[in-house]
Write a protein that binds this ligand. Structure first.
Ligand code: ACO
Length: 429
């Protein structure tokens, strides 16, 4: 049998090294033995944006970007989207196995009974400007939860960690809904424990004067599926932020705030919002070819297209496309959706996109579904954050329990000045 090793020759010294290959990877630290002299720190690997570096071993999510495969703990995303619920999927992502009936009942009970937030949190939500972006409010309020639960610092205590996990999954929708209601000047709507996770979120967003809110079944189910499709996506920008910040052993609320901040960016979770803004800017179906031209001359990005990992159809986008048409049957389409459909049709046939293997990603359709469901654009990334919370926590917990992990601290290649002496201000030119 062939040896699972790599032999490299350093042409600077003529020395040869044999390096172990494990699961198709070499350990970057094995390169440190390759040195030209005694005082050389050893060979580094240079990898801006982690294009070819595995930063951890993970058993949570499997992605094959070439084939368009996404699985949580081995289960295909398509099966989970059709047959599971968000809370069951959250349990799976966090525990590694689907729950038994009793385990699910306990899990749902514990999450449902942690949805309330401290009344003081309402005060600082109120302190935000009326047009504050709900993601900004969410980043601030989830970080602030750490001050309400100082015990959360005991991250190495299993029972304590479990309590914070219930709290985080339960309270994210409450914080998100309060942020949304604040932007409209509406009174906050409290959680209703009789409703499902998604149904209760709709209740906290949309309840007006009725004493009992009844969610629309299609919206409730649709939202639940969208949360499932967002539950984890291995080492993406926000999961990496969660692991990196969590590796300092800060409490999980502060680490989730960092992950939420990472998600806010337009190249990550902010893309679904950017998709809708792009569609509004295009304005009419007739202007789609003109916009495509702008993308090809690099004056614009086609938001919601392209992915670092998927070089074929994003499987989540496929599932959402199916869901989208079920939802449009209830809500009807509108001119923005017509533009989106035309834009996708033209882009998928155009050589520029075909050659670069640019396909719609999850955000292209979530934007459309949220628009059809009547959600305001600013809340789109917030919906993503709620769905992704179990994944962030699972990534964080896996990192904490992995004996190989330490505080994340990349190296750099220094390209600045050599040592030089301080120059007095009057002598500077
Ligand atoms: N529109 C136009 N051109 C694009 C797009 C796009 N959306 N995405 C990539 N390209 C082009 C690049 O210009 C590049 O062309 P070149 O080789 O001629 O220079 C080529 O396709 C490869 O793209 P990269 O930028 O190298 O791909 P990378 O993996 O770095 O970026 C990213 C991935 C950030 C998602 C990118 O495709 C993008 O900006 N898309 C739009 C934003 C978006 O939808 N983000 C959501 C991602 S999914 C998520 O976070 C849930």
């Amino acid at each position: 049998m062939a040896k699972e090793t790599l032999t490299v020759t350093d042409n600077r010294t003529g020395k040869t090294y044999e390096i172990q290959i494990d699961q198709g990877a070499i350990r970057a630290t094995d390169l440190r033995q390759i040195r030209v002299s005694e005082d050389d720190v050893g060979l580094l690997s240079y990898d801006p944006a982690f294009m070819n570096t595995a930063s951890c071993k993970s058993a949570i999510t499997f992605i094959d970007g070439e084939k368009g495969i996404l699985r949580y703990r081995g289960y295909p995303i398509e099966q989970l989207a059709e047959q599971s619920t968000f809370l069951e999927t959250a349990y799976l992502v966090l525990h590694g196995e689907l729950p038994t009936g009793k385990q699910l009942e306990e899990w749902v009970y514990n999450i449902t009974h942690h949805t309330m937030i401290h009344e003081n949190i309402k005060k600082f939500v109120d302190g935000f400007h009326y047009d504050a972006h709900p993601m900004g409010i969410l980043v601030g309020t989830v970080a602030a939860l750490s001050t309400f639960y100082p015990d959360a610092k005991n991250i190495l205590d299993t029972a304590n960690r479990q309590k914070q996990i219930y709290r985080l999954i339960a309270k994210m929708p409450t914080l998100a809904a309060f942020a949304y209601r604040h932007s409209l000047g509406l009174p906050f709507a409290y959680p209703d424990n009789d409703l499902s996770y998604s149904g209760n979120f709709l209740n906290m967003l949309f309840r007006m004067t009725e004493s009992k809110y009844t969610p629309n079944r299609v919206m409730e189910k649709g939202l639940d599926v969208l949360f499932i499709l967002h539950a984890d996506h291995e080492q993406n920008c926000s999961a990496n932020a969660m692991r990196s910040v969590g590796s300092s052993h800060v409490d999980p609320y502060s680490a989730v705030a960092a992950a939420t901040a990472a998600l806010y960016g337009p190249l990550h979770g902010g893309a679904n919002e950017a998709v809708l803004r792009m569609l509004r800017e295009i304005g009419t179906k007739e202007k789609v070819p003109e916009f495509i031209k702008k993308v090809k001359t690099r004056e614009a990005l086609l938001m919601g297209f392209g992915h670092r990992i998927y070089k074929s159809y994003d499987p989540r986008a496929k599932a959402i496309k199916k869901l989208a048409y079920e939802i449009f049957e209830v809500t009807g389409t509108n001119p923005l959706l017509d533009i989106a459909i035309e834009l996708e049709r033209i882009a998928l046939e155009d050589e520029f996109f075909v050659k670069r293997r640019l396909y719609p990603n999850v955000d292209y359709y979530t934007g459309m579904v949220y628009e059809a469901m009547g959600f305001p654009v600013e809340i789109y990334p917030v919906l993503f954050a709620i769905g992704r919370t179990p994944g962030w926590i699972a990534q964080w917990q896996e990192m904490l329990l992995d004996p190989e992990q330490k505080i994340a601290r990349p190296r750099q290649l220094y390209v600045g000045s050599e040592q030089r002496d301080y120059v007095q201000i009057e002598q500077r030119r």
